[in-house]
Design a protein. Structure first.
Length: 214
């Protein structure tokens, strides 16, 4: 079975809905964000940093996916390792967006959550799409972007995500070897999670405070 840049976006859409609401027994993104805000006495930046640290630690722990409860229904079957990895990262990034006051239920914000999954590559994609990197991604700015731009960003994100897991822009699930589990796999997942978290912070937050209020 092969997955291309279009079908991977459909998969992300399914995972995103699960990530926002939380699987059975898990808090929603809003509840999770509020937990960190309370823990860090209302300091948004500390809350974001604490979230990234915790998610990175989880991703680095061998066997961390074994605690993945609930059921996710996807339009196309993915190996458990990839599905969990993307779910975990989407949940972290969406929580960061929520902490910065963004509406995670909007399609526009969802597009930029997907973009953050590229880690360091997010900046290049946005530059290629004509989005001013370094300009604060406020709710108004994101909402004002044309549908064509958002669709182009989604397709670019889809292509880059697919090429992370396969060759020539296609995931060949028949040849894919799951990398979740084990010391090496855990280290790779932890590093990836850290870079995704930092990318999300760069997109949705700056040193002056949450981007949504400026």
């Amino acid at each position: 079975m092969k997955i291309n840049k279009d079908s991977i976006i459909k998969i992300l859409d399914s995972l995103y809905d699960n990530a926002i609401d939380g699987l059975p027994g898990a808090p929603s993104v809003e509840e999770l964000g509020n937990e960190y805000i309370k823990k860090e006495n209302g300091n948004i930046e500390k809350s974001i940093n604490s979230l990234i640290r915790w998610q990175t630690t989880k991703a680095s722990s061998a066997g961390f996916a074994s605690g993945f409860g609930g059921k996710i229904t996807l339009p196309i079957t993915l190996p458990f390792g990839i599905a969990f990895l993307l779910y975990n990262q989407l949940r972290m990034v969406a929580t960061i967006a929520h902490l910065c006051g963004l509406d995670t239920s909007s399609d526009q914000v969802k597009t930029f959550v997907y973009c953050a999954l590229l880690g360091d590559g997010a900046t290049k994609v946005l530059k290629d799409m004509g989005v001013k990197v370094g300009e604060k991604l406020t709710q108004n700015l994101i909402s004002s972007m044309s549908r064509d731009v958002l669709v182009a960003i989604n397709r670019a994100v889809g292509f880059r995500l697919v090429t992370k897991f396969g060759e020539k822009g296609v995931i060949n699930l028949g040849k894919y070897v799951p990398f979740v589990g084990g010391v090496v796999g855990g280290s790779i997942d932890g590093i990836a999670c850290y870079h995704v978290g930092k990318s999300a912070k760069k997109l949705f937050y700056d040193n002056d405070g949450p981007n949504s209020t400026k």
